[in-house]
Design a protein around this ligand. Structure first.
Ligand SMILES: NC(=O)c1ccc[n+]([C@@H]2O[C@H](COP(=O)([O-])OP(=O)(O)OC[C@H]3O[C@@H](n4cnc5c(N)ncnc54)[C@H](OP(=O)(O)O)[C@@H]3O)[C@@H](O)[C@H]2O)c1
Length: 327
């Protein structure tokens, strides 16, 4: 495992996304069980994973409970992050929700408390006042945001009066918007990017082709339309070639591309020990500059931006010869 430093804390470049635990939308309770979930978290700890990301939203609190129970007897390093669902992000509500998360997690404080999504209906200054209160009550060590634009992230820091240490955002080889400024901000200012859906929810694993997309929570993910899966095929082939050269898997190459970028921590979800162990091993896969460029070029072939329907996906595919302006 490799680690990034945050004030002397060791943050594993491969963390564990915990949405899958307790979340029936992902197949919890049918495809995999509570025992499987606990085993994955415990194995992650043994393998040197220190970053665990959950949210009050996941499985309506079940994810936090499972994470709390699996981590409760662990005495080694760990960096525990959870997220507040900002339906009513007033300071009083934020503190109350944070306290409930701590109860489910069985801890007196978390390492990172994040706002799950921007809520423009209430001033950011008020929401950051809530975060300041959480810090001053000792309920979290650090403040984070999620799904914030760079402009909003910087504004959050101004209102908080101190660094918002992390922005958790969607980042994978098919969706590379963070490369347009966000990564360099994090790099220059020693912030962190927590890359969620780093495997594009499995679209980069090579397991799914047109006609056999998963029918679970991913039914609404436009990356799993036949058109998008077809459009991703050239990139998947490049990933496959690189994976073969390293005797690794496609998923490992997809993760290795992301953690080759400075200040990026990936938080892939895993439903089994096999997936977890494979994802953790990606931390030790080093790609050459040529391989990274090939992946970037392959990803440039796939243009994807907030597309809803199959037709839109097809229509907006990169025309030959056009340069990349962001995924
Ligand atoms: N802040 C936010 O708004 C937000 C949004 C989404 C997620 N997140 C966080 O980010 C974490 C990860 O994102 P995600 O779950 O959306 O997507 P992801 O990590 O890209 O994909 C996870 C899925 O990929 C498949 N997979 C995992 N490891 C694999 C491997 N080694 N080989 C092949 N397939 C593998 C599994 O599904 P199958 O086996 O069924 O294919 C797994 O459920 C979440 O757990 C959550 O903590 C945050």
């Amino acid at each position: 495992m490799r680690y990034l430093d945050l004030d002397g804390r060791r943050l594993s470049v491969v963390g564990l996304g915990c949405w899958q635990f307790g979340e029936r939308l992902w197949g919890y309770g049918s495809e995999y069980s509570q025992a499987d979930s606990l085993a994955v978290i415990q194995r992650a700890l043994e393998l040197g994973v220190t970053v665990f990301d959950t949210a009050e939203l996941y499985g309506s609190g079940r994810s936090e409970m499972l994470v709390g129970s699996a981590l409760s007897s662990w005495e080694g390093d760990r960096f525990l992050a959870t997220k507040f669902l900002p339906i009513m992000p007033t300071p009083r509500v934020m503190v109350a929700h944070c306290e409930r998360s701590l109860d489910r997690l069985q801890v007196p404080l978390v390492d990172l408390y994040q706002i799950h999504w921007p809520n423009p209906a209430l001033p950011l200054a008020v929401q950051m006042e809530g975060m300041r209160r959480i810090l001053s009550l000792g309920l979290s060590r650090y403040v984070g945001v999620s799904n914030f634009s760079l402009r909003r992230w910087i504004a959050a820091e101004r209102h908080l009066g101190q660094p918002v240490v992390a922005n958790q955002i969607r980042y994978n080889l098919l969706q590379r918007r963070p490369e347009l400024g966000m990564l360099s901000y994090a790099h220059k200012n020693e912030r962190l990017i927590l890359a969620y859906s780093p495997l594009a929810q499995g679209a980069l694993s090579g397991r799914y082709q047109p006609g056999n997309a998963p029918r679970d929570v991913r039914r609404t993910n436009a990356l799993f339309t036949d058109a998008a899966l077809t459009a991703a095929a050239p990139l998947i082939e490049i990933i496959r070639e690189i994976a073969d050269a390293h005797q690794s898997t496609l998923s490992q190459v997809a993760l290795a591309y992301l953690i080759a970028q400075p200040r990026v921590i990936v938080i892939p979800g895993a439903k089994s020990l096999e997936q977890l162990e494979s994802n953790v091993a990606a931390a030790d896969l080093e790609l050459s500059p040529d391989e990274l460029s090939a992946l970037r070029r392959g990803a440039d072939l796939f243009r994807y931006s907030r597309l809803r329907s199959t037709t839109q996906v097809a229509r907006r595919l990169l025309p030959k010869g056009r340069s990349h302006r962001g995924a």
